[in-house]
Design a protein around this ligand. Structure first.
Ligand SMILES: *[C@@H]1O[C@H](CO)[C@@H](O)[C@H](O)[C@H]1NC(C)=O
Ligand SMILES: *[C@@H]1O[C@H](CO)[C@@H](O)[C@H](O)[C@H]1NC(C)=O
Ligand SMILES: *[C@@H]1O[C@H](CO)[C@@H](O)[C@H](O)[C@H]1NC(C)=O
Length: 468
């Protein structure tokens, strides 16, 4: 297993990255395991060299050959410096959707690129985090994992398993945006937002669901920023979900609440609901966006070089037929545990299968929604990536339908109440910058995956409490 010292000086890292960027000729011939797209050539020789260099840097980080990586910010800095002259940012949502459809392989039905190549393609096309103010830095406020939340009594309930994470750390992962207390005072129920693999909650939710839900006074958003960006053992990440559900209920005066999760956040939430049964008592609605309740046959997309190279624990746990997935699904874990609404896309480049009876996003007894089925051949039912479902207008409308009625969403009722929704490409009110930010999560995730250590070859052992 490769490990990397994480404590060395930032200066060294910056000079290392600059060295990589300037030392192209000796690096382009390295034998790297970048898959079939490694030889792809961009139309400019200079660009081709830069991207080979960056790809090599990321692989060297993953392989443990680079010994001095401290944070993603240093890599990102070098990366953005070297790509400053690439395509200007897209100026419309249709243009972004078109770029990501091509880059993700969704439009061509080709084998999806691994996450490094996908991220590089997006950067070349101008989906460049540099163009997004304040959305990417892991240290910006809304992505903070060190939030000052008051200790509250009664959050840890009898009958739930013992938390392995210290309560102070669980508490610090909850981010309450400005305005939370005001909406709470108006009686708007809270919604707890769970991030996916490799990305903090702020970058995920602030630009997608938080804004319209607060604007429309449907729910009062807060989100989790989970240490290690959910790349650690998914069972540990589930503890943050379980804790937050009971904390937010107490914080809002003992009220019920809802949960929305994207990608790995959906299996973390399902695990929390199943094994921390107290949580089921206070969750009136649970919405899963691009869920992977069956894991994914494309897990290698998130894990460049696997099985030759090791992989973050939670990615191993999301491989289809993993132990984690099999344990989660048994004894009712494959069914709705609280009123559950799911939304997913057949052209998901990370989670497959994602249509038909074996769709990974499907839960028995839940309200399940495949966007292509709801709006065949119309804008809202065309090409949506794994991350694209976050701005799909059907997802938002179904969420509102679920949150404003008892039980899970009702697809026919939602469609009847939203005439013309199939003609929309994105949730009303989201800007081009919001959609760009959502797609730029791909770039963030590749950096966080590359710099996560220790990676491993085997799943973490199943927790002792997961006996059913
Ligand atoms: C939220 O509102 C409830 C009910 O009015 C109140 O008991 C609780 O203290 C409020 N919480 C916050 C954080 O303002
Ligand atoms: C919360 O929801 C449960 C059903 O899940 C219900 O029994 C309970 O009365 C609700 N509590 C509040 C405070 O509304
Ligand atoms: C799933 O894994 C088990 C062993 O863990 C194996 O017996 C089974 O064949 C696998 N199923 C599929 C569909 O890969």
């Amino acid at each position: 297993m490769h490990t990397i010292g994480m404590k060395s000086s930032a200066l060294l890292v910056v000079s290392l990255a600059v060295f990589y960027v300037s030392a192209t000729p000796i690096l382009v011939h390295r034998n790297i395991d970048a898959g079939p797209r490694a030889m792809k050539s961009y139309n400019s020789t200079g660009l081709n060299e830069i991207f080979n260099t960056l790809r090599t840097l990321l692989y060297d980080v993953i392989e443990g050959n680079v010994q001095n990586v401290e944070t993603i910010d240093q890599i990102l800095g070098a990366l953005l410096q070297s790509v400053s002259y690439i395509a200007p940012p897209p100026v419309s949502i249709p243009q972004i959707i078109d770029i990501v459809a091509k880059s993700s392989g969704a439009k061509t039905n080709s084998t999806p690129p691994n996450i490094i190549d996908y991220a590089m393609d997006l950067l070349v096309e101008g989906i460049n985090p540099k163009n997004i103010p304040d959305s990417l830095g892991a240290l910006t406020t809304s992505n903070s994992m060190a939030n000052q939340n008051p200790p509250l009594p009664n959050v840890i309930k009898d009958g739930d398993p013992t938390f392995s994470v210290a309560e102070s750390i669980l508490r610090a992962a909850m981010y309450f945006p400005e305005g939370f207390n005001t909406l709470n005072a108006s009686g708007i129920p809270a919604i707890v937002m769970i991030p996916p693999t490799a990305i903090p909650g702020g970058q995920t939710w602030a630009v997608s669901y938080a804004k319209p839900l607060a604007r429309d006074q449907i729910a009062n958003p807060m989100w989790l920023n989970i240490p290690s960006n959910s790349l650690q053992d998914a069972q540990v990440t589930a503890e943050y979900v379980a804790y937050a559900i009971n904390y937010v209920s107490e914080y809002t005066g003992g009220r019920n609440l809802s949960v929305i999760a994207w990608s790995q956040g959906t299996v973390n939430t399902q695990w929390a609901l199943k094994y921390f049964p107290s949580t089921q008592q206070v969750v009136t609605d649970y919405i899963g966006i691009s869920p992977d309740y069956r894991g994914t046959v494309l897990a290698q997309v998130m894990c460049p070089g696997f099985p030759r190279l090791p992989c973050p624990p939670s990615v191993l746990q999301q491989i289809a037929n993993s132990t984690f997935i099999n344990v989660l699904r048994r004894n009712g874990g494959d069914s709705e545990l609280v009123p559950t609404t799911t939304v997913y896309s057949a052209t998901d480049e990370v989670v497959q299968p994602q249509s038909g009876p074996d769709a990974s996003g499907f839960l028995f007894n839940a309200n399940n929604n495949l966007v292509q089925e709801l709006c065949p051949l119309l804008p809202a039912g065309l090409i949506y990536t794994h991350e694209g479902v976050l701005y799909n207008p059907l997802g938002y409308a179904l969420t509102v339908d679920a949150l404003t009625h008892a039980g899970h969403a009702d697809t026919s009722r939602m469609l009847a109440n939203n005439p013309g929704i199939c003609l929309l490409l994105s949730t009303p009110g989201l800007t081009v910058t919001d959609v760009l930010s959502i797609e730029a999560t791909v770039v963030t995730s590749v950096l966080n995956i590359a710099t996560y250590f220790p990676k491993q070859f085997e799943e973490p052992p199943t927790k002792a409490y997961a006996t059913y």
